[in-house]
Design a protein around this ligand. Structure first.
Ligand SMILES: [Cu+2]
Length: 171
């Protein structure tokens, strides 16, 4: 359609026009192994991946790994959530040449009072069902916080230690 093409050429509106009327969203409620609420994550689909906004309250202070894992099941000690979300079968870690997993994200630095709000864009994941990198695949997905920091290179775990909080990604 030539008119639309011309519109695209002269205006940023072209990309916006391709978006659905309502941006797709998802959420996850994080709980620790005792079932205590630790925080909430809001996920919003963008044209360039997914924006995650996480609000932690009373979380354990320290430097901690923050990942998306491949199974939407959070039964303590949260091994039920499976390995990192990795639909492209890459190696772990943003420092790995053959990396990284779609579920790899930067470490959290939780302050002494345990309260933290962060926003992070993950360009490697999608909320759109049917996409190869969709969090809503057959077995779902979960967001995990670990006891230790991710070293950004040890395959496949980042040497991040135990899983201390988990939240299933839901619509
Ligand atoms: Cu993890």
């Amino acid at each position: 359609m030539p008119i639309r093409r011309l519109f695209c050429a002269v205006s940023m509106m072209c990309g916006l026009m391709a978006l659905p009327a309502h941006a797709q969203t998802a959420k996850a409620s994080l709980k620790d192994a005792q079932g205590k609420d630790v925080g909430q994550v809001q996920l919003t689909q963008t044209p360039h991946g997914v924006l995650l906004k996480m609000t932690l309250k009373g979380a354990p202070a320290g430097e901690r790994a923050f990942h998306i894992h491949s199974v939407g099941k959070c039964e303590p000690p949260f091994t039920s959530a499976g390995p990192h979300f990795n639909p492209a079968s890459h190696k772990h870690g943003m420092e790995a040449k053959e990396g990284s997993h779609a579920g790899d994200m930067p470490n959290l630095h939780i302050p002494m009072n345990g309260d933290l709000v962060i926003e992070i864009a993950n360009p490697m994941i999608s909320l759109v069902k049917g996409q190869p990198n969709s969090l809503f695949d057959a077995d779902g997905s979960a967001i995990i916080i670990h006891a230790g920091a991710d070293d950004y290179k040890t395959d496949p775990t980042g040497n991040a230690g135990d899983r201390i909080a988990c939240g299933v990604v839901t619509e």
